[in-house]
Design a protein. Structure first.
Length: 326
């Protein structure tokens, strides 16, 4: 941007309409930038490019816009603007001062076609050559004695002269702006369902995580209760074997009973170890439950707030698009 400068153009009401981009070396206008459309298009392209397959969509969009009839005509308009030096272009105030008439009088001449003008970015641009041609036409139309002295305002036009039909650059620029705004609005509307889906997907993911946690906790508790029941059964069996020891008559039978008691006791000890490990896992799972529930509540609250905002945004976008299409 070192070889270019941006000159702001303002509406008479003070609103910024856009910028003329001028080549420093040649003094020619390169293009006109509408800040609102450019920012909206930049936002649209960045968001679209971040989506899966978004770059392919953008490439197709740029191709269609470039190859469209409006795009081709706008290209010719930009070429025309580049060919006109800034010093040979006047805004409406400069042209009125040049003609020594009021701005409102100049607007009337533009409206009736006496002076050709192009509306670029919402503001009139007038070629100095067209103003000179208009003055020459007045001189040819009026007798020398009837010509007004230099510097004296002309109160009423004596002759309406038109060198050529009114330039349709303003119409094309308006159509271009409307097309760009439609594209931006439709793209924003098309993103709303995906944004809703993402919000619901996040809530579903948080809910699934909480449900998986609850299922895991229930499984650990069920397994612990089963192990505790088995421990009780083994303890009862061990007590039964111990009660039989005094009545055993032979050494072989006593040793066999002692072996059974040791086996049952070993199984019970292993199960008790597993129960302790299960209790530790239950405790860890219990600590995780609160944050998971809070994450789900936060996701649901964000979803509800964003869905309400999206509904309002969607209504506004639809109304704006309907207004453009009306």
């Amino acid at each position: 941007m070192g070889d270019e400068i941006r000159v702001p153009k303002y509406h008479p009401n003070g609103e910024l309409m856009g910028y003329e981009v001028i080549d420093r070396k040649t003094g020619y206008v390169i293009t006109f930038q509408n800040p609102h459309i450019k920012e909206a298009e930049k936002f649209f392209m960045e968001r679209t490019a971040a989506m899966p397959g978004g770059q392919e969509m953008l490439d197709e969009y740029v191709k269609q816009r470039t190859e469209s009839e409006t795009g081709k005509r706008l290209k010719s308009i930009e070429d025309q603007l580049r060919a006109v030096p800034v010093k040979d272009r006047l805004d409406i105030k400069q042209a009125a001062e040049y003609l020594v008439i009021s701005v409102s009088a100049l607007r009337r001449r533009i409206k009736d076609g006496s002076i050709p003008a192009a509306k670029v970015g919402g503001a009139f641009q007038i070629w100095r050559s067209d103003v000179d041609a208009y003055l020459d036409g007045l001189k040819r139309a009026a007798p020398r004695a009837a010509r007004r002295p230099t510097g004296v305002p002309q109160r009423a036009p004596r002759f309406h002269w038109r060198s050529h039909p009114v330039n349709d650059v303003d119409i094309l620029w308006s159509l271009h702006g409307l097309d760009e705004e439609r594209i931006t609005l439709r793209a924003a509307l098309a993103r709303v369902p995906e944004q809703r889906r993402q919000l619901e997907a996040r809530v579903a993911a948080e809910r699934a995580a909480l449900e998986a946690h609850r299922a895991r906790l229930a499984e650990v508790q069920r397994r612990r209760r089963a192990q505790e029941q088995e421990i009780e059964a083994l303890a009862a069996q061990e007590r039964q074997f111990q009660s039989q020891q005094p009545s055993v008559k032979t050494n072989e039978a006593y040793q066999a009973l002692t072996h059974e008691i040791a086996t049952v006791r070993g199984k019970r000890s292993d199960l008790e170890t597993q129960v302790l490990l299960g209790l530790e896992e239950e405790e860890a799972l219990a600590l995780q439950k609160g944050p998971l529930e809070e994450a789900l509540r936060a996701a649901e609250a964000e979803r509800d707030a964003r869905l309400a905002a999206l509904a309002t945004e969607e209504s506004g976008l639809a109304a704006a698009l309907e207004g453009l299409d009306a």
